[in-house]
Design a protein around this ligand. Sequence first.
Ligand code: SF4
Length: 413
Amino acid sequence: MDLLNTLVDKGLRRELPTREEALAVLATSDDELLDVVAAAGKVRRQWFGRRVKLNYLVNLKSGLCPEDCSYCSQRLGSKAGILKYTWLKPDQASEAAAAGLAGGAKRVCLVASGRGPTDRDVDRVSDTIKTIKDQNEGVEVCACLGLLSDGQAERLREAGADAYNHNLNTSESTYGDITTTHTYADRVDTVQKAHAAGLSACSGLIAGMGESDEDLVDVVYSLRALDPDSVPVNFLIPVEGTPLAKEWNLTPQRCLRILAMVRFVCPDVEVRIAGGREVHLRTMQPLALHLANSIFLGDYLTTEGQAGKADLEMIADAGFEVEGTGQVTLPEHRVTAGTGGGCGSHAEAGCGSHADAGYGSHEGGGCGPCGSAADEQAPAAARVPEVVRASEARTDLVAVRRRGAGTDLAPNA
Ligand code: SF4
């Protein structure tokens, strides 16, 4: 296919594909799917070899959020039966982190529900970061605390944080359909604050919320312009008790096309499969390792993942290797360029939040408002093409997390 040859050439040169090329990846047929995976896999191997970086989530504070992100089981008024607890103490968080690190993770992602941290919260998390770093040599720590105020990113950096996650989640034009208590612009601002403070920026998306192909391409191009070092791709986990509980829009094939498109648009960036990997990729998870170079080990913020041991076996069986603490994740040109370093060639130019659809952040994905367009657009589900809405609900694959942080049971790692 000329399209795939062109995309491979551009990916190897870190050149931005056209929007039409990105859309064409999402429109490929099932007959072409293995060719798409093979092509994006060449780009992945060029910049990341066969390494898979493992990340481990520690939910520092769960539920009881005043924001209304539709995908999130921790949102205001959520009826989801998730664990709810206030801040873990530094030693409790460090204990949970140690389990993930013992399982092979090199990055710990410290996540807290909420619109954003108070200065006191930043103090608490700073103590937690120091405790984890003191007790675990070489660990990378990413904080994901929602929208940041001036000076907070700098304080987290001083405390030893390596990265900050805040996802854009979806396109600017549909943001108001998903969340009304904060805006897309708020999210962009927080990613820029993290970047400016010298933190490695992590920002991604949630697919499966009723968005169109154009929306997906929009958000991925916006991410490229923001130039994060890592892009978590969440696949919505439609948790019962949330407004998006009936949004079962994804098939394994669509997930693979989305990951391939992200890889082509952000060729040299850590692309992480986040929430929804087990639920939506199912038996196709190993194929997705040819596209993404990073996953979460074990459980997500409020839902369970497959056993950490199964993650490790899958990586080995698929012919990949877990990235060690002595190995540098990003290609040299991004490391030498400093934090950020560039998502490709810069041709044009978060809370993470919380998504269990995705973290990058927190399960579903996001944290932020954009009220103005909300009344003008059709409901998200109405905008989804019929062909995309072909998957069946797999509620049997969604289990609320009942172990690890916030419980007396051992974490899954
Ligand atoms: S994504 Fe974050 S800000 Fe939004 S409802 Fe969930 S915990 Fe709150």
